[in-house]
Design a protein around this ligand. Structure first.
Ligand code: C2E
Ligand code: MG
Ligand code: MG
Ligand code: MG
Length: 292
């Protein structure tokens, strides 16, 4: 059964994938081989300025190219990779792929903004992530100011001041930090004062039923106001309709991502649709003159 179908060739046959692997063990073996043979790929979903639909960057979302055209989404393999420890090499691969890709786009003269990478709870808790990211930034030459790391509230539930120390170590690298799926964790909000966070990403569950559902409306508006009061950027996830976008704009939400603007797309499509110079400018330009 197709869970989601994107444009053209990008279809998500999640059940086909999980069912084809007859056991957990064969699924794990399959994922190990996929890592070894680089069968993962990174897709990019635009992060958009709400007021004028300017593209601010992209969130990097990993996919598994199972065979030929079939693309498997992270919901079907990230949990197994977390349990088996494969998430560490996968995370390293995603970070490297995104940072080299970003370096390439900058070298090609594109105005890039930020590329956001998800960190799983396991990676965060490993204690190795700051060193890993620093090495990747060094080796790829990607400027940390263009990198954003997304962590979830649950990933930050740690003993004592461990989470704070870890986030400070990441912040020291010069990158940006956001709280992903904000509002779905059960942690106390006190951490918002202490942690060096730049952005809250409001979980899609709060956006989904806007503007019809009263409590969704209240919750989303409250999170936006709280972010503003704390001086944090705020982005709404999973915006699918113009009515949602209009509501969020009226409440002062600065940015959004969602199918309304674009689904996650492969790197080559992202650069063509969202990073290339405006069509008119390119067509009208003297072929000998520099772009942009
Ligand atoms: P997330 O970080 O909250 O990413 C947003 C998810 O919402 C993505 O699902 C995206 O495709 C989906 N989405 C975006 N806009 C809309 C919309 O308008 N409507 C709906 N229904 N969905 C929308 P995806 O790509 O399946 O990723 C699911 C989760 O897997 C991510 O949630 C993230 O937690 C995890 N993930 C993805 N890539 C990575 C990765 O490289 N590393 C780690 N550790 N986790 C990842
Ligand atoms: Mg995310
Ligand atoms: Mg999210
Ligand atoms: Mg989410």
């Amino acid at each position: 059964e197709a869970k989601r179908s994107g444009r053209g060739t990008h279809r998500y046959y999640s059940h086909a994938f999980t069912l084809a692997a007859s056991s957990r063990l064969s699924l794990e073996g399959r994922l190990r081989r996929a890592l070894k043979h680089e069968q993962f790929e990174v897709h990019y979903q635009p992060l958009v300025n709400l007021a004028d639909n300017r593209v601010l960057g992209a969130e990097a979302l990993v996919r598994l190219r199972a065979n030929g055209e079939t693309v498997v989404g992270p919901g079907d393999f990230i949990p197994i990779m977390e349990e088996t420890g494969l998430i560490m090499p996968l995370g390293d691969w995603v970070q490297r792929t995104v940072c080299s890709q970003g370096r390439q786009w900058l070298d090609d003269g594109h105005l890039l903004g930020v590329l956001a990478v998800n960190l799983s709870a396991t990676e965060v808790r490993s204690g190795r992530v700051a060193a890993q990211v620093r090495r990747t930034l060094d080796e790829t030459g990607f400027p940390p100011s263009h990198l954003e790391l997304e962590v979830t509230e649950s990933g930050l539930i740690m003993r004592g001041d461990e989470a704070e120390r870890l986030l400070l170590a990441l912040k020291d690298l010069g990158l940006n930090l956001s709280i992903d799926d904000f509002g779905t964790g059960y942690s106390s909000l006190a951490y918002l004062k202490r942690f060096p966070i730049d952005k809250l990403k409001i979980d899609r569950s709060f956006i989904k039923d806007i503007p019809d559902d009263r409590s969704s409306v209240q919750l989303a508006a409250t999170i936006i106001a709280m972010a503003q009061n704390l001086g944090l950027h705020v982005l709404a996830e999973g915006v699918e309709s113009e009515a949602q976008r209009a509501f969020l704009g009226a409440r002062g939400c600065g940015a959004y991502q969602g199918f309304l603007f674009s689904r996650p797309v492969p790197a080559d499509e992202f650069v063509l649709r969202f990073l290339a110079p405006l069509k008119g400018a390119a067509a009208g330009a003297d072929p000998g003159s520099p772009r942009g």
